[in-house]
Design a protein around this ligand. Structure first.
Ligand code: MEV
Length: 316
């Protein structure tokens, strides 16, 4: 393999799950959308295929990144490129940093190997990396990152490399969330593993709860397409109650959920794996004043539009 000739650059978007995390692992639908921030990967010609890990990552994260990189690099013939990662997202906060990293890295590796970084090719390679990060991922994170659209996603048993079916959800009204960080989060592998043990012990009880979440997701998809933000927000609130019933919430997450609701959120819930902490989302028709207020109070937060028409001058 000849060395990559020019510097390469690629982006992988972070994500939020609007509804359906965890039950999506068991084949139920979820709705997820891309963030405008994510991970930037840069590739420079090099004598070997190597990853320069971000300095902000801890030792365990660095180890996992190197392992995931080696797995993907091998599949594209180890092109001679040095990949440097620049995360714009907090790592391990439930905002899809590993999927964003996998997508950005896959795009650079594919280009360095002389292959087109199509959404399909990128998703296939990123999926290999995601398995190193999460063990048994549903595929919703890296699919959202590779597609960069608000999607209704369902995991499927399919040919190698295909993890699920995604359909874009369009909205006649802006679907905007405030993303607020509550306490440090437990690793996704742990939360997913603990839930797997509970559902294996009491399968009927957990199947009923997953089924309830699945129905909410279907209702919420209709609400998005009808521009019914109130209906969507209510489905998010009920989803949060079910996530709590599934044993996935914590005082830090619940506090932030109630704080966002007290600031006028149409719906609020945690997003991603949950556990001890992580990110909470609130659906707002006017998110900016809420971000200003929370920032004044010392909360790390930002706003993101996931779907719908954008105001003129907005960055898509
Ligand atoms: C993590 O962002 C979402 C989970 O549903 C895990 C997965 O889908 O692989 C918790």
């Amino acid at each position: 393999m000849t060395p990559a000739k020019n510097p390469l650059v690629a982006f992988g978007a972070g994500k939020v799950i609007l509804l359906g995390e965890h039950s999506v692992v068991y084949g139920y639908p979820a709705i997820a959308g891309p963030l405008t921030i994510g991970v930037v990967a840069r590739g420079m010609p090099s004598r070997s295929c190597v990853l320069d890990v971000p300095v902000t990552a801890d030792a365990a994260q660095k180890r996992m990144m190197r392992k995931a990189f080696a797995r993907a690099a091998k599949l594209v013939g180890e092109p001679k490129v040095k990949v440097t990662l620049e995360p714009q997202l907090p790592l391990s906060a439930g905002l899809g940093s590993s999927a964003a990293l996998a997508v950005a890295t896959s795009r650079v590796l594919l280009q360095a190997a002389g292959q087109a970084p199509t959404a399909k090719a990128t998703a296939r390679l990123a999926w290999e990396m995601e398995q190193e990060f999460h063990g048994t991922p549903s595929g919703v994170d890296h699919t959202t990152s590779a597609e960069e659209k608000l999607i209704l996603y369902r995991r499927v048993q399919a040919p190698a490399g295909v993890t699920g079916r995604a359909r874009e959800l369009k909205s006649p009204r802006p679907v905007s969330v405030v993303v607020a960080l509550a306490a440090a989060r437990s690793p996704t592998k742990l939360t997913v593993g603990a839930l797997r043990e509970r559902q294996a012990r009491w399968p009927e009880r957990y199947k009923r709860l997953f089924g309830q979440v699945g129905r909410l997701v279907t209702d919420a998809a209709k609400a998005v397409e009808a521009g019914d933000l109130e209906g969507l927000g209510d489905a998010m609130n009920v989803n949060q109650g079910l996530l709590n019933a599934l044993g996935l919430s914590s005082p830090a997450l619940e506090d932030m959920v109630f704080r966002l609701r007290s600031l006028g959120a149409l719906g609020a819930k945690f997003t991603g794996a949950g556990g001890d902490g992580g990110a909470v989302i609130g659906l707002f028709s006017e998110p900016e004043p809420v971000v200003a207020r929370l920032t004044r109070d010392g909360v790390r937060c930002f706003a993101s539009q996931l779907a719908g028409p954008r105001a003129q001058g907005d960055i898509p």
